[in-house]
Design a protein around this ligand. Sequence first.
Ligand SMILES: [Zn+2]
Length: 266
Amino acid sequence: MNFQQQLAVVEGLGVPPDTQIRMDCPFCQNKNTFTVTTTSNSIGWYCFHASCSAKGKKNGEKTMEYVNVSFKKEDIKPQEEFKLPDSFKIVHSNDKALQYLHENNCWEACMWGRADIKYDVKQDRVVFLVKNPNTNKYAGAIGRGLNSKVYPKWYMYGNKDIPFKCGECKDAVIVEDCASACAVSNILTGIAIMGTSLKESHKKYLEPYETLYVALDRDATRKSYIIASELTSAGFKNVKVKVLHEYDLKYYGTPEIEEMFYGRSK
Ligand SMILES: [Zn+2]
């Protein structure tokens, strides 16, 4: 089979984005010899069986179509509501959690109710609750470990397709983590994608904004430009990269954020 034929078969498997799976080979039929690896804009496949030559990788436009198709299938799945575990306590019950909120400019967002923040006593994490904007119900949560033994540093509970959002401003900024989203939320709507790549599922939550800034942490500026160009090709207007020269956004207070994005004379 040539590359295009193989690609058609592999795309037909409907593997969602950002996945690595192992399965029976659709070409040689051997058991569990076939792997498929996807990201938001690529798909690769390989068969480990000695007699089989199935392998290939596809990046780019064609793959985006494939991702959109599998995304739409996912989209019609009913979104389950996330039940808060009993281990989630009010954030005031833990000093380290409060300290984290203060040190990372999340306290104001918490006090004003822009962010719903808890403390997970079981995992020793400060937990940012994620709401589904369509149903206004909890969809999941994102927890930041509060001691070095907690792994991974960030943990996602429940739904992983909805980004964490904080604030109700007309312009939004895409950031890496929840703390940065809270830090900006007095000035801009903060949207945390939990990492440096945008998931296909995130895009529909980015639509209602006038200007969409991308401001990943300063060590990921190149990724900010990649995301901005992905969004522009997906039809988003007015996407701008905000390069951070010194610190991540969570280390700035409201006045600095305002100056950084709008200048003093807003
Ligand atoms: Zn094979």
